[in-house]
Write a protein that binds this ligand. Structure first.
Ligand SMILES: C[S@@+](CC[C@H](N)C(=O)[O-])C[C@H]1O[C@@H](n2cnc3c(N)ncnc32)[C@H](O)[C@@H]1O
Length: 238
């Protein structure tokens, strides 16, 4: 991956994975953090979910953490002057908390579901919960196109039962699971598609390769959307 080319495409995009307010509201309704609660947005990217998280803790705070300086800067700029939000560059595998909720959209898979939940357990306040989304198979018999795409992207991807098993293996119980909607995917893809079209003329080889990958990600989902999606899981230590 040419990171300079990657960020040429991704810089300034509103979000870095499928998601929307509807799925966030559903998950936080289940996790039910207290009004003055502390929420960590682990792997916050450009900070697309921070406003929604804040709305669920009207007297509380959100701490957003991401490994990449470019995303941290974007999320921090979005919430400059908002005293209830802290954005910092750091490793979400090293959270200390305590948090009433750890929210992680499309990022926990970097740690591994069981491994990440195991690390986050000690960072949860009593009664605290984790809500995360990640790619998941919705069929046992994926097409060759979908299989080939995910074999390269995330070969460990499982179905819903597999995610549940990984959550339980970490000593958590599942409070609820739900796929994100097609609208949540389009909220991710539409701005990216427009950026690809803008950058395509005059792109050098490294950027063209990144743009081709984005086109393939979008086209594969549009062709195979019934076969896989993003699953939101809400879980609490058992
Ligand atoms: C698919 S993006 C999702 C970003 C954001 N949650 C969203 O939905 O727009 C995954 C994010 O996880 C971040 N990430 C990956 N590993 C990380 C780690 N160990 N600690 C903190 N952030 C990490 C990446 O930098 C990236 O911003």
């Amino acid at each position: 991956m040419d990171w300079a080319a990657f960020f040429t495409l991704h810089r300034g995009l509103p979000r870095e994975g499928p998601g929307d307010r509807d799925s966030l509201d559903w998950a936080l309704g289940l996790a039910s953090p207290p009004p003055d609660g502390a929420i960590c947005d682990a792997g916050c990217g450009p900070g697309a979910d921070i406003a929604g998280l804040l709305a669920h803790v009207p007297e509380g705070r959100v701490e957003a953490v991401d490994l990449h300086a470019g995303f941290v800067a974007q999320a921090a700029a979005r919430f400059a002057g908002e005293p209830r939000v802290t954005v910092r560059q750091g490793d979400m595998g090293e959270l200390t908390g305590p948090y009433d909720l750890i929210w992680s959209a499309g990022a926990l898979y970097f740690l591994g579901v069981s491994e990440g939940l195991g690390r986050w357990r000690a960072a949860l306040a009593p009664g605290g919960a984790v809500a995360f989304s990640q790619a998941c198979w919705f069929t046992d018999t994926p097409s060759e196109r979908a299989r080939a795409y995910w074999a390269a992207e995330y070969p460990q991807m499982t179905g819903v039962a597999g995610v549940t098993a990984q959550v339980r293996a970490a000593g958590f119980q599942v409070l609820g699971q739900r796929p994100v909607s097609d609208a949540a995917w389009e909220a991710y893809f539409s701005p990216m598609e427009q950026r690809v079209a803008t950058l395509r003329p005059g792109a050098d080889a490294a950027l063209a390769a990144v743009l081709d990958e984005a086109d393939e990600e979008i086209a594969t989902w549009r062709a195979c959307r019934a076969e896989y999606g993003y699953l939101v899981t809400v879980a609490r230590p058992a």
